[in-house]
Design a protein. Structure first.
Length: 323
């Protein structure tokens, strides 16, 4: 039995609805009788149709101006909750999502469940599943106390599927007072430079680890293979911590969660922290010289060998076939 009204704190990404927001809206359609979104963005009319296609009957939109999105998000939600009384609000485990959630939780003195991977609703009973101990154990927690229930989920926990059917009616939210926190201003934006698809949205991901041997091998092995396969390049935490590649490429529990059709792990042993972020991939290929590496326990295809010798041969074969 669904709950009454479910809200999603929606976010934008390069002028479009974020993939994680569409995932949450898709799940919200299963959970609630009424699904609506709250969006903090200066161009809501461009994003609302996509939110509507994925389930949002209404999009409550607040313009952040030059204030921080999370600050305005928390304040806008608090204002709207008082009037509209949602039963459940879903957040993405992003920087802005966690910021808005934390501020709202403190303002309304409500508990939160974060880092969720699944959710079940049975009437007024809402249970969230969370992975602990590096993903080895799943804990289910049921909300109690006053509503709305506040829950935050890791990206790729749900599949994004259109089917809402609506255009997402935009309802402008005016007069949001964020207090002293609203005085913090965004003075500039920096967009990460990249070629090819975004890591978290790519259908093919090629990631490298310490088995590459050195930072100099990352570009000719990982980057080159990713380009040939029209995919994105990723990395294990070990080589991010070592300074070989930027944090934006990290896949894992403290990095990005990916769920591509093909995931190629090059020289990655398969620490639990890393596998949490990619084990949902449709097909996993592992290349590692250690036959006992944990990554082979979840791989669909395993190649035991030195990555610096195996991958160049693979690249050579792909080039010979025209990629």
């Amino acid at each position: 039995m669904p709950i009454g009204k479910v809200w999603v704190f929606a976010e934008s990404d390069e002028g479009k609805a974020s993939t994680a927001s569409l995932e949450l809206l898709t799940k919200a359609r299963e959970l609630g009788d009424t699904v609506e979104a709250v969006l903090v963005d200066s161009s809501p009319d461009a994003i609302a149709p996509e939110l509507g296609e994925h389930g949002a009957a209404k999009v409550y939109a607040a313009d952040p101006g030059t204030s921080l999105t999370g600050v305005m998000g928390g304040a806008a939600l608090a204002k709207l909750i008082e009037e509209h009384k949602p039963d459940l609000i879903l957040f993405d485990q992003s920087y802005d999502g966690r910021d808005a959630l934390a501020r709202l939780s403190a303002k309304l003195d409500l508990p939160t469940l974060t880092n969720g991977s699944a959710i079940e609703v049975d009437g007024d009973s809402v249970t969230v599943a969370t992975a602990i101990f590096g993903g080895n154990t799943i804990v289910k927690t049921t909300f109690s106390g006053p509503k709305p229930f506040l829950a935050c989920f890791r990206p790729k926990s749900f599949a994004a599927e259109a089917g809402g059917g609506g255009a997402g009616e935009v309802v402008k939210v005016e007069g949001v007072d964020a207090g002293r926190a609203g005085e913090a201003q965004v003075t500039d934006h920096h967009v990460e430079e990249r070629e090819g698809p975004k890591l978290e949205d790519a259908e093919v991901v090629v990631s490298g680890g310490r088995g590459l041997g050195s930072a100099e091998n990352y570009e000719p092995l990982v980057e080159e293979l990713a380009k040939l396969l029209k995919g994105a390049s990723g990395a294990s935490r070990a080589i991010v911590d070592a300074g070989w590649v930027p944090y934006a490429k990290q896949v894992g529990q403290t990095g990005k969660t990916v769920k591509p059709k093909v995931y190629i792990a090059i020289g990655i042993s398969g620490a639990t922290q890393h596998m949490v972020g990619m084990k949902g991939s449709d097909n996993i290929v592992a290349i590692n010289k250690d036959a006992e590496a944990p990554i082979f326990s979840i791989a669909d295809l395993g190649v035991v060998g030195d990555a610096t010798k195996v991958v160049p041969k693979l690249i050579e074969a792909l080039k010979a076939k025209g990629g």
